[in-house]
Design a protein around this ligand. Structure first.
Ligand SMILES: Cc1ncc(COP(=O)(O)O)c(C=O)c1O
Length: 381
């Protein structure tokens, strides 16, 4: 039994990629976003599964993430979407990654670092996200012109990113209205470049945003970009997070559990301790505020989430133990935090709703201390 374990179904990721591909026209490519260690699912295994399901590009946020995919033997085209410092540029270029530019200065840095390589550059317009990219179309076109003028650089793409594809289609339309004239102008410079804008939510809800390539992260992992119910979109959650019952003990009325005594038993009960805590990604905000599935039933997490442990109230009879003096759950029983147990299930979206965040943050927050185990529909990889 592992103290904490994230089991990842690569067949589900492959099917989610195929599901997303079905939303796309035959000439639109799928780029699998595997930054942040594949949203906590493992970057290289997730990338391979997405490629098997019909993705043809990969995207990451950082130069190191691109280098790690290459070190894992992945040869697919990789786009580094994030800002790169002068120090990071050589790492991205050594990985043979495409990079994003929006300033003339950065184009000069790229040209200096390119050496013998041909570096593929995507120019980013900030059409309303207010993050990376330039808001000024003429500036973006000037950057594109500079890229074309540099023999070591190739103008490979034009891109933008949506701020509200998950909840405000009206603003997506506004962003498209700003992006489209830029696309028309840059295509005149370089007719063959790859135009891309859509994230998962836009792929599912805004066909007009698909252009030549879409960049999908969250939906690949079977999570709902709208943070509600992934099944409604035909997506299959790929990750299950479990721990186990390491200890179980009776508690009398007035006994407390955990730091700060934030749980005090108001009756005789039984408490199980699971060796998983905030250092594994069970955020402290789940204090007295989460269910854990054990033996096909839901049990409340009680008391404060510690670094390495949580406590769950597992009482099933008023006396805290069953008639035979046995505890209602046995030491060694599997405890599911994300996933299903018999009729019960709990999703990353359910966890997110408990603490006012999004499913992205829940899965990305599963720490490196938690081993990942890969399987395909139950068959270990
Ligand atoms: C620039 C960019 N494109 C695409 C994505 C993928 O978004 P999603 O996971 O919502 O599909 C991200 C992720 O945040 C991103 O930063």
């Amino acid at each position: 039994m592992q103290r904490a374990l994230a089991r990842v179904n690569l067949a589900a990721i492959e099917r989610n990629a195929a599901r997303l591909r079905r939303e796309l026209g035959p000439r639109v490519s799928l780029c699998a976003v595997v930054k942040a260690d594949g949203y906590g699912h493992g970057a290289a295994p997730s990338a391979r599964a997405a490629l098997a399901g019909g993705a043809s590009w990969l995207a990451v946020a950082t130069a190191t993430e691109a280098a790690e995919l290459r070190a894992a033997g992945i040869g697919a085209r990789i786009l580094v979407m994030g800002a790169l410092s002068g120090e990071e540029v050589p790492v991205a270029l050594a990985a043979g990654a495409d990079v994003v530019a929006w300033s003339e200065r950065f184009v000069a840095t790229l040209a200096n670092a390119a050496g013998e390589r041909k570096v593929c550059v995507h120019v980013k317009l900030d059409s309303g996200m207010g993050r990376l990219g330039t808001r000024v179309r003429s500036e973006a076109i000037a950057v594109a012109g500079l890229v074309r003028a540099e023999p070591s650089l190739e103008l490979a793409g034009a891109m933008t990113h949506f701020a509200t594809a998950d909840d405000d289609p009206g603003f997506v339309t506004e962003q498209l209205a700003r992006f489209e004239p830029f696309v028309a102008e840059i295509r005149r410079l370089e007719p063959g470049l790859v135009v891309h804008a859509a994230n998962s939510a836009a792929v599912l809800r805004q066909p007009a945003s698909h252009f030549d390539l879409v960049r999908c992260g969250i939906a690949l992992y079977g999570l709902d970009p709208m943070n509600e119910r992934a099944q409604d979109w035909g997506l299959e959650p790929a990750l299950e997070l479990t721990s186990y019952v390491a200890a179980v003990k009776a508690a009398a009325r007035g006994d407390s559990a955990g730091y700060g005594r934030r749980f005090i038993a108001d009756r005789e009960t039984s408490l199980a301790t699971l060796p998983i805590g905030y250092a594994d990604g069970i955020r402290r905000g789940f204090t007295n505020n989460l269910d854990v599935l054990i033996g096909g039933r839901r049990h409340p997490l009680v008391g404060t989430v510690s670094m390495d442990n949580i406590t769950v109230e597992v009482q099933s009879t008023p006396a805290g133990t069953s008639a035979g003096g046995e505890f209602p759950v046995r030491v060694g029983a599997k405890a599911t935090i994300i996933g299903s147990d018999a009729e019960q299930s709990q999703s990353a979206e359910d966890l997110a709703a408990r603490i006012g965040t999004i499913n992205y943050e829940i899965v990305c927050g599963i720490s490196g201390r938690v081993p990942r185990a890969y399987h395909r529909d139950g068959v270990p990889e």
